[in-house]
Design a protein around this ligand. Structure first.
Ligand SMILES: Cc1ncc(COP(=O)(O)O)c(C=O)c1O
Length: 367
């Protein structure tokens, strides 16, 4: 039988997610080099040494299934946020939790509102469930909350707000978010993706936890992939009202998070020194990059995340290839509709300096 008839309706038309190029991938194409990857907003300080130690200790137990609900980590997070455990769900990355949200709440034909551009996984999961993606263009690189409200209808089920937004690094303010939330009808769930919130320095940024405490119809997403440096282990979590979180458990795999990720996450949470250093590195790097970019006359979007969206003033796919010649992997902006922009992860000072050195060469080649 033809695959079109075998596959669920619509899934063959879904554009697959295009991740940043991995070091392994560019090495296969271009050979060994001292590569620096600034394409996926990882933590360039690496994982916490305490997390590595916890993994070493846990290794002899990997023949045993992990605890399904991640019992200890769940307790640790519940205590950290002063919430009942039932209001925490942990899974193999926020990517997976976004899929759980769509699986639990989006019926065929339901509308899911999101910014354009924003994190592309919101689109993928909506399409998988047969929902309708409603995209609202950013205004000044920031969520246009009024524009999003205008697109909310009787069919709206979920609204995704990525704060800070990927790929622009901009935030919605608490005032704007409060106003927005007060106007969302109660058949809509607001998902506040705070994957990058730890790097925010703007006091007007809302804290998702406040809305969870108020029992608002909000789900907050957080990850161990960024500030905690555990992207390769795949672990993230959501906070929300019991009834919402229970629904995510209804559709979750029984054992999505392996033993090594669970113990590493607990150790990383306890290593506040490493987390603080990671944040400092990003904040210092951001200031350094702003200064250098201004010196070069290049415009960028001021960011509250561990990346910067920069206008290279040339085709960024071409620039991407030139950067590869310099051993630097960046993320070209075409997939987000900004063909001259690149999203660049902020690394350690030596990584940032390498990027600027490469950028100076790449910009010179501009035609
Ligand atoms: C906004 C946003 N949310 C979620 C994720 C995915 O997080 P995780 O690594 O926990 O799946 C990313 C990853 O880059 C992201 O940019």
């Amino acid at each position: 039988m033809k695959i079109e008839r075998l596959a669920r309706k619509g899934i063959l038309k879904i554009a697959s997610y295009v991740p940043g190029k991995s070091i392994e991938e560019v090495e296969r194409e271009l050979g060994k080099k001292r590569w620096v990857k600034l394409a996926s907003n990882e933590n360039l300080l690496g994982p916490s040494p305490k997390a590595l130690e916890a993994i070493r200790k846990e290794l002899p137990n990997i023949h045993l299934y992990p605890e399904g609900p991640c019992t200890i980590l769940r307790q640790v997070l519940a205590e950290k946020f002063s919430l009942p455990e039932r209001r925490v769900v942990i899974s193999n990355g926020v990517d997976n939790i976004i899929l759980l949200i769509a699986s639990a709440f989006v019926n065929e034909g339901d509308e899911v509102v999101m910014a354009d551009p924003t994190f592309p996984v919101y689109t993928n999961v909506t399409q998988i469930m047969g929902g309708r993606v409603v995209k609202v263009r950013l205004k000044d690189f920031t969520h246009d909350l009024d524009g999003m409200l205008r697109r909310v209808t009787r069919k709206t089920k979920v609204v995704f707000i990525c704060n800070p937004n990927n790929p622009t690094g901009t935030i919605v303010t608490q005032r704007a978010f409060d106003r927005f939330l007060s106007r969302i009808p109660d058949h809509g769930i607001v998902v506040l993706d705070e994957a990058y919130r730890d790097f925010n320095e703007d006091p007007s940024c809302p804290n998702g936890l406040d809305y969870i405490k108020k029992r608002a119809q909000v789900i907050v997403l957080r990850t161990f992939s960024k500030v905690y440096g555990l992207a390769g282990l795949r672990i993230g979590y959501a906070l929300g009202r019991e009834d919402l979180i229970d629904c995510l458990y209804q559709v979750r795999d029984p054992f999505p998070v392996h033993r090594l990720a669970q113990v590493a996450a607990i150790a990383a949470l306890n290593d506040t020194g490493h987390a603080i250093r990671s944040i400092q590195v990003v904040c210092e790097g951001r200031r350094y990059l702003y200064k250098e970019l201004e010196r070069m006359g290049l415009s960028y979007v001021p960011s509250q995340a561990n990346f910067i969206f920069i206008d290279l003033k040339r085709d960024s796919e071409e620039a991407f290839r030139s950067f590869l010649e310099e051993g630097v992997i960046i993320r070209p902006g075409k997939i987000w509709g900004y063909p001259t922009f690149a999203r660049v992860t902020i690394g350690r000072m030596k990584d940032n300096e390498r990027f600027i050195k490469a950028l100076k060469k790449v910009v010179k080649q501009r035609r």
